[in-house]
Design a binder for this molecule. Structure first.
Ligand code: ATP
Ligand code: MG
Length: 398
């Protein structure tokens, strides 16, 4: 677990031996202190971007104007950012200017929450000017400085507070939460992509119900795309395990919400998955479990099953049992798509000595069904025998 800090420590040492300061900072210090897994380690320094580049052989410029350079060591990337301040948030979402500073504490001051405003040196000594450690010990999310000002600067911080309450199971400190209630409306200015990225993390956290209560209590839900149309009662009653599940579930409970889906600007992949989950939820009422297992991916089956399982409106319904049975047989299916059938269109054309045409699809679909139901073995020789007995072709007709 300390491997990343040891590698990153090399960067701090290089900075120091060249007369600069350098510290681990932000989420990695918080997670280290809490004993949580650290996935990426950020570094803050008084060296300017050009100086950072000149000190390390492998660097990538990912935002020099904001002070960030990626330094690569032994194949691992570290974001190294010059100490900076941010000024003039005229649009509630991003600073008009960033300027570099040579004081660590000035850099820590711009950070959102006390637990995220700690720095740590290569000997694991933590600098904690805003009492982040104490707040962590109390399980509290508190802004650095006046919460109303901080949310006015960047409204996304309110969603970050909610998602940390889910990930860390922390409570939002009273004044911070009151300011969220007052400033919730500024979330309308935040780019929907940033909102969705936070919501994905919120739902992926340990206790998303805790975060959902924060969103409702502060009135934030009323200012989020899609969620502003969701019924509060069903929002708090359900326990989906991902954003995807939540969205599908809410649409399932209220079809009118489908129209609001586009306002979330989701990726095509996510939209597709939502459509698939909704289709499966329909099909489960009339298709048999073999067909469900064959037609839907493992992922869709398991998300739909979880969606129904975590929703009190569905408990013990036939659909739930049908999907559970489909999951049970999924891995034992003789084929998973038409491509798995031991004979293909070309071979059919050769076998019947006929040119291609609609008849191929008809035969493939018949084979698919027979093999799936277990009436026919997926074996080329068996398939030919079956065709001899069941298929009559007269000049292109079956
Ligand atoms: P995660 O574990 O999700 O990466 P994190 O705290 O590291 O959580 P990042 O988005 O990686 O979050 O940001 C790194 C650090 O940058 C934060 O810990 C915080 O100090 C600062 N930061 C990030 N976003 C903001 C913001 N909107 N306002 C102020 N400071 C921020
Ligand atoms: Mg991070």
């Amino acid at each position: 677990m300390h491997e990343l800090f040891i590698l990153g420590g090399e960067i701090l040492k290089t900075l120091k031996s060249n007369g600069f300061e350098g510290y681990f900072v932000g989420g990695c210090v918080r997670d280290y202190y809490m004993g949580r897994t650290v996935n990426d380690v950020d570094i803050t320094t008084n060296a300017l971007p050009d100086q950072i580049e000149s000190l390390f052989p492998q660097t990538i410029d990912v935002g020099k104007e904001h002070g960030t350079i990626i330094v690569r060591i032994s194949g691992v990337s570290f974001e190294v950012t010059t100490y900076r301040t941010e000024e003039g948030y005229s649009d509630f979402r991003r600073p008009d200017r960033v300027s570099f500073t040579n004081r660590l504490y000035t850099d820590l001051e711009r950070r959102d929450f006390t637990m995220n405003a700690m720095a740590m040196d290569e000997d694991f000594k933590i600098l904690d000017p805003y009492s982040g450690k104490a707040d962590i010990a109390d399980g509290i999310i508190r802004t650095v400085g006046c919460p109303r000002e901080r949310f006015g600067e960047d409204a996304l911080r309110m969603l970050r507070a909610a998602r940390f309450s889910s990930q860390l199971q922390f409570d939002v400190e009273t004044a911070t939460q009151d300011a969220m209630t007052e400033s919730a409306k500024y979330l309308e200015h935040v780019a929907v992509e940033r909102t969705v990225a936070e919501l994905v993390k919120l739902y992926g956290g340990k206790d998303n119900l805790k975060a959902k209560h924060v969103l409702v209590k502060t009135g934030i839900t009323a200012h989020l795309p899609f969620f502003k149309h969701v019924c509060e009662t069903s929002f708090l009653k359900t326990r989906p395990e991902s954003l995807l599940e939540e969205i599908a579930l809410q649409i399932w409970l209220d079809e009118d919400l489908y129209d609001a889906l586009n306002t979330l600007k989701l990726s095509n992949e996510m939209k597709n998955e939502i459509n698939q989950i909704l289709k499966l939820s329909e099909d489960a009422a009339h298709e048999d479990y073999l067909m469900l297992a064959y037609s839907f991916s493992d992922r869709i089956l398991s998300v739909a099953s979880s969606m129904m399982g975590t929703n009190p409106f569905f408990s013990s319904s036939l659909k739930v049992q049908n999907i559970a049975a489909a999951i049970g047989v999924k891995s034992d299916l003789p084929i998973h798509s038409q491509k798995d059938i031991a004979i293909d269109g070309k071979q059919l054309m050769a076998y019947f000595n006929l040119p291609g045409g609609k008849w191929i699809r008809t035969i493939m679909e018949a084979l698919e069904e027979e093999i799936l139901c277990g009436n026919l073995k997926n074996d080329k020789y068996e398939i030919m025998k079956w065709m001899d007995a069941h298929v009559e072709i007269e000049t292109g007709h079956i």
